[in-house]
Ligand binder design. Structure first.
Ligand SMILES: Nc1ncnc2c1ncn2[C@@H]1O[C@H](COP(=O)(O)OP(=O)(O)O)[C@@H](O)[C@H]1O
Ligand SMILES: [Mg+2]
Length: 220
């Protein structure tokens, strides 16, 4: 991404969420976006995933400038390339855990039996096979977050973007999430972009971009 800025105007006042950011992401690996609350982390990853467009600057993925794609192309691109988990993801309350996890595959026109089978395997991997037939409301916070993670990575998208996957979790659950992320990244050789302050995730990162006030202050 090249000189990306995002400005909001709230009640006549300008808020600069991203201030001319230029970042080159690797093709694969785990990239952590760190920084205090309000630093611009969520804005940055929403722009990378095409959920928002920058006020100025450009974002290229696979040589395509995503902010110039039309609505249809962008939807197609996102479905094929990107798995995005917002900070407070919402599972569909009426569906079982298994159905929730299978959903992205069904949206991608995968055969129902195949989708359910993949969802079962993935739930097993994240240690939740016993919860398959439960509804989202019956899960603990750690289980809920693991289900959302499974839902995000199920189609093995080449780019997985996770906004604070461990924000509401205790140490033990955070470590579980971190180890799933690391294992899946190794397995799929994809790019994970994760905003977090979680030490166990930061330790496993290939690259850490530190943001402050919408600017890049440190790269490790
Ligand atoms: N939709 C919006 N409208 C106005 N200001 C926003 C909006 N989204 C984010 N901001 C502002 O942009 C800055 C960066 O926010 P955000 O990207 O959510 O930071 P972080 O995820 O690092 O906590 C903050 O000052 C926030 O208040
Ligand atoms: Mg945020």
């Amino acid at each position: 991404m090249d000189s990306v800025s995002k400005r909001y105007v709230v009640a006549g006042k300008e808020v600069i969420a991203l201030d001319s950011l230029t970042i080159d992401f690797p093709e694969r690996g785990i990239v952590v976006i760190a920084g205090p609350s309000g630093a611009g982390k969520t804005t940055l990853i929403r722009i990378i995933s095409g959920l928002e467009s920058p006020t100025s600057g450009s974002v290229f993925i696979d040589g395509l400038e995503i902010s110039r794609l039309g609505a249809y192309e962008l939807a197609w691109f996102r479905r094929k390339k990107i798995g995005f988990k917002p900070q407070d993801p919402v599972l569909i309350p009426q569906l079982t855990i298994l159905e929730n996890v299978a959903l992205p595959l069904l949206f991608n026109f995968v055969d129902r039996d195949k989708a359910i089978q993949s969802a079962k395997e993935l739930l097993d991997e994240v240690g939740l096979s016993a919860r398959m037939d439960h509804k989202p409301a019956q899960l603990s916070g750690g289980e809920y977050e693991r289900v959302c993670l499974a839902q995000t990575i199920i189609g093995s998208p080449p780019i997985v973007i996770l906004d604070e996957p461990t924000a509401h979790l205790d140490l033990e659950n955070s470590k579980k999430i971190a180890s799933i992320i690391k294992r899946k990244q190794r397995e799929t050789q994809s790019l994970f972009i994760v905003t977090t302050l979680e030490q166990s995730l930061i330790e496993g990162a290939d690259k850490i971009f530190n943001l402050m006030n919408g600017r890049l202050v440190k790269v490790i």
